[in-house]
Design a protein around this ligand. Sequence first.
Ligand code: SF4
Length: 329
Amino acid sequence: MSRTRARLGAEARALGVEPGVYLMKDDSGAILYIGKAKSLRARVSTYFQGAPRESPRTELLVGRVSAFEVILTETESEALILECTLIKKHKPPFNVRLKDDKAYPYLRVDAREEFPRIDWTRKARRDGARYFGPFPSAWSARQVLQLLNETYRLRDCSDNTFRHRTRPCILHQMGKCSAPCVGKIGREAYADGIASALRVLEGRDDALLRSIEDSMKAAAEREEYERAAWLRDQAAHLRVVVETQGVDDAGTDRDRDAVGLARKGDVAQAALLQVRGGKLISVSHFHLQNAAILHRGEGLPAPFVDILVDGKKVERAEPARGRMVENAP
Ligand code: SF4
């Protein structure tokens, strides 16, 4: 086994078991491949084990990899979304092209409307509305949309239909809509329903999920297994939607740079995460030597952060109080 492969294997075995995305790079720092993993340690380690690959393509990839970087995510669903975003952004040569340039769906709410509805869309625009997603499962997103509409009795009709109704539709008769189209609910009461739905989508209110789970148990105890299974599915869809809120701030102009620092004795590692247009698009790691000059409990000194963030002009930079070199290769 080559020394590079042995070194990368050791680094992979030192990874955590959290889910996340990994980026394989060549000796010039170019991204060769982006993948996702339920457990980064288990997945990345498989690339650098001694046994020959079944796939010549993977063997070719491993032969060219000089370094890898990882981005941890809270959930596997987040890893899936982040992987998709990064592949679209960087187009690594070893990633098979997404067949139909698949766009994951979002839920959209424009709270500026008098009686907003929750929309399902595959395109997040910077139009001032709030977007939730993207969601790894279009089916789950649609199920949650319906669940929220029915729970909070929100309108499901298009703006055009809404404007021209003279009588409520059957959804009102079924108790699934409060019929704002004909003034059966006031603006404030309707806004309360929208606010509750937003809290669920933001993951700030798990009362709905708990209530579904309670109903599921009660249905199972009454031996209503079909209903219990339906409720179980609803809870699963809701979890999928709530679990994918950490890696995309769609529909915003938000550009952010986040710098993190971990230090052990004289050695420190900084990570720079770059968010552009609300999406996490890149991560870079940097070794900081002579890190003892940093005071315990403090973050990076402002000049270091400026150097990291200003267009990543960090390679071989020589700040006043320590030497900073790029980690890989
Ligand atoms: S009851 Fe009125 S507001 Fe509700 S979905 Fe039907 S048409 Fe739309």
